[in-house]
Design a protein around this ligand. Structure first.
Ligand SMILES: [Zn+2]
Length: 427
């Protein structure tokens, strides 16, 4: 889908339904708007079911404050207007009460976005606005002041969050990424102290895009076309199951030899399309497309491990929390966890950009999954389904481990039980 070609009412209903489906708002909470080239504000209506909004429900508010539409504009229109006045570069606003960020807002704290390079790059400067009555000009003043100071994501004390950006898709991606960053912070805090990245370390990620020569494929084989579709289906499935977010997650699959397909750089995971996937052949990229920044790492793994046909990385909140805390991810939880994940070593931050061969050397049949420090879970498999299953099992296992902490001590399976498993399942 080319989101930029949708009209403002369609963009707004598409994004509000994504927010609702991803459980990032209740039906009564939250409002979104777009400022168009005429100075009109298109905004979600007051008190209408967020699960069933149609483009006809969107209200158009003129610069003279008159409005057109079936419903009244959201009661939070004053703060939307004040943000647009304070920051002319902002053309879209998202406001909601997602649970992770509300947790921070009621604890009067802000999540640390330096936990991984993506959160910091996408959320930018974070602001904080003092409490004021919903719908009041005073609330608008507090929020607009935080935006005027340069923030693009502002936490509202005892209320929720507001993000702003140059268009609605980017504003939504900032909102979703910020909420997941909050979710990772909360889970990591339950596990103890956590690592954050210095500005220099974040820069490594920004500089990771190494130029690659282009080639024009002479034809797309039927096997390649089928793999493109499968990659998209698994990316969308990972998104729907909250294993990936709009801005994070990479999938690649081997076509043959050193020829493989990989997801592009900077695409929205919900809108993955077969034509957007990038073909890589012996160090060259398909003409006109930009592959994921992990492309060199994936190329190295395919070169070194002929049995591997798929590689995935993702940042689901529970497993990613283990990538930022000191303690290791113990996979001796239940038989499924140990059989699917085996041992899970941690690769130091930055290795994926500077020394991909070192990460490739960590991968073996007994270590098919690697935690990338302050980044992601990296899984490999002989099939796409196997690599996907490993992401899912890693996230479920991490969630069970973290939840066990609040009810008692985690008792890992004994060495004897693990030896039995290894014998029985030929591990
Ligand atoms: Zn609100």
């Amino acid at each position: 889908m080319d989101f930029a070609y949708l009209s403002p009412p369609r963009q707004l209903t598409e994004i509000i339904s994504r927010i609702y489906q991803q459980r990032l708002t209740t039906t009564s909470g939250g409002n979104l708007s777009i400022l168009d080239e005429n100075g009109d504000i298109w905004i979600t209506p007051a008190a209408i079911d967020k699960g069933a909004l149609t483009p006809e429900d969107i209200v158009r508010v003129r610069p003279d404050h008159s409005y057109e539409g079936r419903h009244k504009p959201s009661s939070e229109l004053p703060f939307h207007r004040q943000i647009y006045e304070a920051r002319p570069d902002i053309r879209a606003i998202v406001h909601a009460h997602p649970p992770g960020l509300v947790a921070f807002s009621i604890a009067h704290l802000a999540p640390n976005t330096a936990i991984n390079p993506q959160s910091q790059a996408i959320c930018g400067q974070v602001g904080y606005a003092a409490y004021a009555l919903p719908g009041s000009e005073l609330l608008g003043t507090y929020i607009a002041d935080a935006f005027a100071d340069g923030a693009n994501a502002v936490l509202l004390e005892n209320h929720g969050v507001v993000t702003g950006g140059p268009d609605l898709l980017q504003t939504f991606q900032c909102f979703e990424t910020f909420e997941f960053c909050a979710q990772i912070n909360i889970r990591a805090s339950a596990l103890g102290a956590f690592h954050t990245l210095s500005d220099e370390q974040v820069q490594l990620f920004q500089r990771a895009a190494t130029p690659m020569p282009e080639f024009t494929p002479s034809l797309h084989t039927s096997q390649e076309l089928e793999l493109r579709l499968q990659i998209c289906e698994f990316v969308q499935r990972a998104y729907e199951r909250q294993l990936m977010i709009s801005t994070g997650g990479t999938v690649s699959a081997r076509v043959k030899g050193n020829r493989f397909l990989i997801t592009p750089y900077g695409f929205d995971r919900k809108y993955a399309t077969p034509e957007g996937i990038v073909l890589i052949d012996d160090g060259q990229r398909e003409a006109g497309k930009t592959p994921s920044r992990a492309v060199q790492l994936h190329a190295q793994i395919y070169r070194d491990h002929p049995e591997i046909n798929c590689i995935m990385s993702a940042q689901p909140p529970n497993a990613t929390a283990y990538s930022i805390v000191q303690q290791g991810f113990d996979t001796r939880i239940i038989p499924e966890s140990y059989i699917v994940l085996r041992e899970m070593p941690v690769a130091p931050y930055g290795l994926q950009y500077q020394q991909p061969e070192a990460i490739s050397a960590m991968i073996s049949t007994s270590t098919p999954v690697i935690l990338l420090r302050n980044d992601a879970v990296l899984t490999t498999g002989t099939t796409i389904l196997e690599a996907f299953d490993r992401i899912e099992v890693a996230e479920f296992s991490a969630q069970a481990l973290i939840q066990a902490l609040s009810i008692g001590d985690f008792v890992p399976m004994s060495e004897e039980k693990i030896s039995d498993l290894k014998r029985r399942f030929s591990l």
